[in-house]
Ligand binder design. Structure first.
Ligand code: FAD
Length: 433
């Protein structure tokens, strides 16, 4: 059996590695458009900021490593530009030589990810306006920051990539202006929770401007001027555009690729995983596009199981996520209250427990919000912002939601306790009503 994989990072690389464990004989070929395979995209903002010091830490895997360890052939700088399901072939372009060729497959896995949205605004093609998706993007920003020594940056977009990169540029000493079109950062959170982040970024010196609608750019005296509707133009030495991503799905269809719970597309022997696909939201049961690394990795393993003949399926996603924002951690799972209100009659509890027993030094406050259905108390979602212990609480709540627990059962959960870590009544128990 010959398995061809398009895209060699989160979904593609995990599918390949698991398939090899399940099938020693399969011929596995990965085509990856960039020069790197299985790179750590989630670490890219931290390399720009110098928190991750070595470039090699982002690119631990190499085509040679894949071949030596797994006998998986990785062709980097190779773009698949057409799929022909009828003949079970793909067309491939070697990006370095321009050579084009046809590759056959028995099974095809698409894991092409999502591409940064770049609206057709005036002046957007300036080489001082960056996006962040690949290692190449990161190296471009890294060398610009190290060599050109910019003193200011405008970051457009207050989601995960924008906020993380704004923090990292700020920690490098740049004066950062963060522009966000909605009224709040991090749209996965409710406004009341996001305001904690607004205070945090402002206290660290970031000029956060909400409801900022960028209308275009201009290069003036070697700087980029960002024009904002109804506000003064902002001059800066560089701009990072991080206003969201769209599925890189054009090989298969426009919009997210539709798959079933076995990650099968409508074309025989063609599967798709990761940011490019539409999944089922575990709370609403509706279609959702959720661009996160955990789901992509899980779907990669599911598709390998399915191809190897196992009875595996992907159960959908809650969109659980966590982000560091300077000294705070913000995490969410399931639906925010604003999202839940759209579909059901819901309510929420908000509490401010300590991260651990108050009598043990170092306890810090956290704000926790749990959203539930009024009828039946079904848990719908949770958000936590705090300094310590946020990630483990959100994971417990994600597990409770996935298990279909009622909110009034949270108090019964038997959670680990010692004073440095928690309270005899953990914050999650306290959220039980
Ligand atoms: P990717 O991992 O993006 O891989 C797709 C690959 O396919 C790309 O390398 C692309 O070059 C290649 N490709 C596309 N089209 C073709 C083609 N036609 N031919 C050949 N190759 C092709 N998620 C989290 O959960 N937590 C985080 O902290 C987090 N931080 C992030 C930080 C950054 C800066 C970025 C960019 C993303 C982050 N994510 C994070 C999102 C996470 O990385 C993605 O959800 C995940 O990588 C998606 O996996 P994927 O396999 O679908 O796509």
């Amino acid at each position: 059996m010959k398995v061809v994989i398009v895209g060699g990072v989160a979904g593609g690389a995990s599918a390949a590695a698991r398939l090899r464990r399940l099938d020693e004989q399969a011929q596995i070929v990965i085509f990856e458009r960039t020069g790197f395979v299985s790179y750590a995209n989630c670490g890219l903002p931290y390399y720009i900021g110098g928190v991750i010091e070595e470039e090699s830490a982002l690119t631990l895997q190499s085509p040679k490593g894949f071949w030596d360890r797994f006998r998986i052939a990785v062709k980097t700088s190779h773009e698949v530009f057409a799929i022909h399901p009828d003949s079970h072939t793909v067309e491939v372009r070697n990006m370095l030589t321009g050579e084009e060729f046809v590759e056959t497959y028995d099974k095809l896995i698409l894991s092409p990810g999502a591409k940064p949205i770049r609206p057709a605004l005036p002046g957007i093609d300036s080489d001082k306006i960056f996006s962040l998706r690949t290692v190449e993007d990161t190296l471009r920003i890294h060398s610009y920051v190290r060599e050109r020594r910019p003193s200011s940056a405008v970051v457009i977009g207050g989601g995960f990539i924008g906020v993380e990169t704004a923090e990292n540029l700020c920690e490098l000493g740049l004066q950062v202006t963060l522009l966000q079109r909605p009224v709040q950062l991090m749209n996965n959170l409710d406004y009341d929770m996001a305001t904690l982040l607004h205070t945090e970024v402002r206290e660290h010196g970031i000029d956060l401007r909400l409801k900022a609608d960028v209308t275009g750019f201009e290069e003036v005296d070697g700087r980029v001027v960002t024009h904002v509707a109804g506000d003064d133009p902002i001059g800066a030495d560089m701009v990072l555009l991080a206003i969201g991503v769209a599925p890189e799905s054009h090989l298969a269809q426009e919009g997210a690729i539709v798959v079933n719970d076995r990650m099968e597309t409508s074309a025989a022997d063609v599967y798709a995983v990761g940011d490019a696909v539409q999944v089922t939201h575990q709370v609403t049961g509706e279609d959702a596009v959720i661009s996160l690394a955990g789901p992509a990795n899980k779907q990669g393993r599911v598709v390998a199981d399915v191809i190897a003949g196992m009875d595996s399926c992907y159960l959908g996603s809650l969109g659980s996520s966590v982000i560091k924002v300077f000294d705070l951690t913000a995490a969410s799972t399931g639906l925010s209250e604003k999202a839940a209100h759209a579909g059901s009659d819901c309510d929420s509890v908000v509490l401010s427990p300590g991260s651990h027993a108050g009598y043990y030094p170092g306890a810090t406050p956290m704000t926790m919000k749990v959203v539930f259905e009024k009828q039946g108390l079904r848990l719908l979602g949770a958000q936590i912002v705090g300094i310590d212990g946020v990630d483990k609480r959100i994971d417990v709540l994600a597990t409770a939601i996935q298990a279909g627990m009622r909110g009034d059962r949270l108090k019964d959960l038997d959670l680990a306790y010692a004073p440095p870590y928690s309270s005899a009544k953990d914050p999650v128990n306290m959220a039980g009503f």
